[in-house]
Design a protein around this ligand. Structure first.
Ligand SMILES: Cc1ncc(COP(=O)(O)O)c(C=O)c1O
Length: 360
């Protein structure tokens, strides 16, 4: 069987070592004689997995006892609603930086509740960059400023942590969580659907200051309150045990591969290979993102015409380079190079890009 280099945006490639471990212990997890998907979430072997995953995530992020990790279902999209439900009011609205599709979707949920406002937007520029610090108009009464740290579809990423004064900073890091060191202490709440950089779909990791999640409004239903998950260690109801188990393995893999510093180094090498192939193509490849907003996770680019784009996708697949077709709102190509993409995969794609340009 040939495994391809998988450039899909999510669900996405996972470390082969993790997949092998999951396979090896699938029928008999931790000497239970059962699979991880067959055991109780109240059993000691499962709780060990659950708590170790939480501890490893906090350790990788350099966060201490004032933060906790929650595991919640419903995708990052449910967080778009839970955040304004839990924190925003008409008097203290949620402020949103619009930098792409998902930040706009997050804002939409706050708007439905009548508690959202826009702090900055690059929509007029087709989201080719993230707003600069000097463009952020943050209402000092805002309950939070919400940013999407990496814009999966447009291929842009924040390369600075927004200064927000006394307004708490919240971030959707679904597509760059644990890809590089960030001063995470500057954030009050971070969330990530894990199916890009960290595991199989089914769970969202919420990392938040305890002071933000220990009490929720009494008017909220149980499953929409952060305090339900906080007080019960995310075991109020049955958690998505398999997803959490794989996330735990991926976190351990990151730790044993040099932590976030080493992930950042590898990701920068991969990104440079692809951006160099774009920049040195005499305009054959045109990057979507402006240079200082370029994502280290999702590299977006177009070719001279759509026929060549179709040909590129088809021929890439013949070279075992899968999932390079871009999202319809940008068109062209998108190569997602999450932590688990080996440098050799980015080299293979860069070589293919150079050869494709030469021939076409
Ligand atoms: C940055 C970002 N936020 C949110 C989402 C939505 O995530 P979910 O499908 O888990 O709701 C995605 C999915 O692609 C994403 O890339």
């Amino acid at each position: 069987m040939t495994r391809v280099y998988n450039f899909n945006p999510g669900p996405a490639t996972l470390p082969i070592e993790v997949l092998r471990e999951v396979q090896a212990e699938f029928l008999n997890f931790d000497e239970t004689g059962m699979s991880i998907v067959e055991i109780s979430h109240r059993s000691a072997p499962y709780e060990k997995v659950h708590n170790q995953a939480k501890a490893d995530i906090l350790e990788l992020m350099g966060l201490g006892d004032d933060y906790d990790v929650l595991f919640i279902q419903g995708g990052a999209s449910l967080q778009f609603a839970m955040i304004p439900l839990n924190f925003a009011t008409k008097k203290n609205p949620g402020a949103y930086v619009l930098s792409g599709t998902f930040s706009s979707n997050a804002y939409k949920e706050a708007q439905i509740l009548g508690v959202g406002e826009i702090a900055a937007s690059t929509k007029e520029e087709n989201f080719r960059r993230v707003p600069r610090q000097d463009e952020l108009k943050i209402n000092p009464n805002a309950a939070y400023l919400h940013v999407c740290y990496n814009n999966t579809i447009y291929g842009t990423e924040f390369h600075y942590v927004p200064e927000t004064g006394d307004v708490p900073l919240f971030a959707d890091m679904s597509s760059d969580m644990l890809s590089r060191p960030v001063d995470f202490k500057k954030f009050s709440l971070i969330y990530a659907g894990v199916q890009k950089n960290l595991g199989p779909a089914g769970v969202v990791i919420v990392v938040a200051r305890k002071s933000f999640i220990e009490h929720s409004l009494d008017t909220l239903p149980t499953m929409l309150r952060y305090d339900t998950f906080y007080k019960k260690n995310s075991l109020y109801n049955t958690p998505p045990a398999f997803s959490i188990y794989v996330v735990g393995k991926v976190a351990a893999w990151i730790k044993s591969n040099g932590g976030l510093e080493e992930m950042a180094r590898r990701n920068a090498v991969k990104a440079k290979l692809l951006y160099d192939a774009i920049d040195n193509s005499n305009g054959f490849y045109r990057g979507h993102a402006e240079k200082d907003s370029r994502s280290f996770m999702n590299v977006t680019f177009r070719l001279p015409n759509e026929d060549l784009e179709k040909k590129f996708v088809a021929e890439a697949l013949e070279h075992n380079l899968s999932g390079v077709k871009g999202h319809r709102s940008v068109g062209g190509m998108r190569a997602s190079i999450y932590n688990a993409m080996p440098i050799a995969g980015a080299e293979a794609l860069a070589d293919f890009m150079n050869e494709f340009r030469r021939v076409n």
